[in-house]
Design a protein. Structure first.
Length: 404
């Protein structure tokens, strides 16, 4: 949607120079925005997509992620990049962002600050050799440690932990994964599907310690072992802390914006409690038109799609964001795509295919409708699965178990 120049804000500032912010900036220019456009980001790199960090980059297939655009693209589109710069304050009364002692006035502001990695508050958490995985530099540093015979301990069995475990094993490292829940990925896929992922990692040589937690780390300056509750310590050359993401909401909180669901509350159009401030990506607690509750999604597609969508709203449109969550994962020879938003503790699971074969489609149903679908090593039904999730129509098990 192209807006007329007379209706455009004169100055737009974007806080956050990752995928969501970069996608928004480029979309603004593509939709005809002609005013001042400034993007402020803490990382020194140009905006990029993060999925390769735990996949292709970590395995060693490439040294670079997928860039949102190259340097020339931002220059050609007259997007002012303030990289390696931290925004420290939003002055809503004066409509100014303060960063590195410089003030950046705005008519419209977009917050796309994303998440950082959660740390652990246990003894030894400050030792060298404890790494997180969120940035390109962290991915490359971790890859250097994934060497033949290296003793790698991964704390956390979520998507990052599972993908990192796969990358480490493919590079010949010895891997122990420690997860306090009964299965990896339990909160997303539930017990039965989680068991399938547990078997996948065990079949590839991962020492999987489930239902237990880490009580601390030991070493002389550098980590050498991990203390596990109720078990002997695990030797470690490197530890990846993969215990979740921490939304970067301090700036918004200090500015007095409404918070919700661990993020910044936004309406259906991604507008915050301040009518001149919009929020996208990991930190957006979205009043989603398709769900009865706020949705905050920490996945690549959400950041990219919300960033592109919000451009029109910054220019005066009031279009709700209605896309449902989507993400994918690659682990060893297993690939999967997940569409929708399920609660495996409440939704009923129907599986088409055999879990043991690792070629199946999982459906989660509530009140007869598909809340989410995940295809595993099956690639022919993506559009049909998307339609099932998007439509919210009632379906019978026989339809799901047959030929879609």
């Amino acid at each position: 949607m192209t807006q007329s120049a007379t209706s455009q804000p004169s100055r737009i500032v974007i806080i956050g120079a990752a995928l969501a912010g970069g996608s928004a900036a480029i979309a603004l220019r593509d939709q005809g925005y002609q005013g001042e456009l400034t993007m402020i980001g803490e990382e020194s790199q140009l905006p990029y997509e993060r999925p390769p960090l735990s996949k292709a980059v970590l395995i060693g297939d490439t040294d670079e992620p997928d860039w949102v655009g190259d340097e020339a693209a931002y220059k050609d589109k007259d997007i002012s990049l303030k990289l390696g710069t931290t925004a420290t304050r939003i002055d809503r009364a004066r409509k100014v962002v303060v960063a590195s002692r410089t003030e950046y006035p705005y008519d419209k502001l977009l917050i796309a600050t994303g998440c950082g990695s959660r740390r652990m508050d246990v003894p030894g958490a400050d030792l060298d050799g404890l790494l997180t995985l969120r940035t390109l530099e962290e991915s490359l540093a971790l890859r250097e440690r994934f060497t033949e015979g290296a003793r790698i301990v991964i704390v956390g069995g979520g998507w990052i932990g599972c993908e990192a475990a796969a990358a480490a094993r493919q590079r010949g490292s010895n891997v122990t994964m420690i997860e306090p829940r009964s299965q990896p990925l339990l909160q997303v896929v539930g017990e039965q599907i989680g068991t399938t992922f547990a078997a996948l990692h065990r079949d590839h040589g991962v020492d999987l310690r489930l239902g237990t937690g880490v009580t601390g780390f030991a070493g002389e300056g550098t980590v050498s072992s991990v203390h596990v509750k109720g078990h002997a310590s695990v030797p470690a050359d490197t530890v990846l802390i993969a215990v979740g993401a921490a939304p970067n909401i301090a700036l918004a909180d200090a500015a007095g914006l409404e918070l919700a669901n661990g993020g910044i509350a936004v309406d259906a159009t991604l507008r915050s409690s301040d009518s001149d401030i919009y929020v996208v990506g990991d930190v957006a607690a979205h009043d989603h038109p398709k769900y009865p509750h706020r949705v905050r999604v920490e996945h690549w597609a959400n950041a990219k799609d919300q960033g592109t969508h919000v451009a029109g709203n910054l220019l005066g449109a009031e279009e709700p964001y209605v896309l449902r969550p989507f993400f994918f994962s690659d682990q060893y020879d297993l690939g999967c795509e997940y569409r929708g938003f399920a609660d495996p503790t409440k939704d009923r699971l129907v599986v088409r295919g055999e879990l043991k074969s690792r070629e199946f489609t999982a459906f989660w149903l509530r009140d007869g409708a598909v809340t989410a679908a995940m295809n595993v090593n099956q690639w022919d039904d993506g559009d049909t699965l998307q339609e099932l999730v998007d439509s919210g129509r009632r379906v019978h098990d026989q339809e799901l178990l047959g030929s879609l």
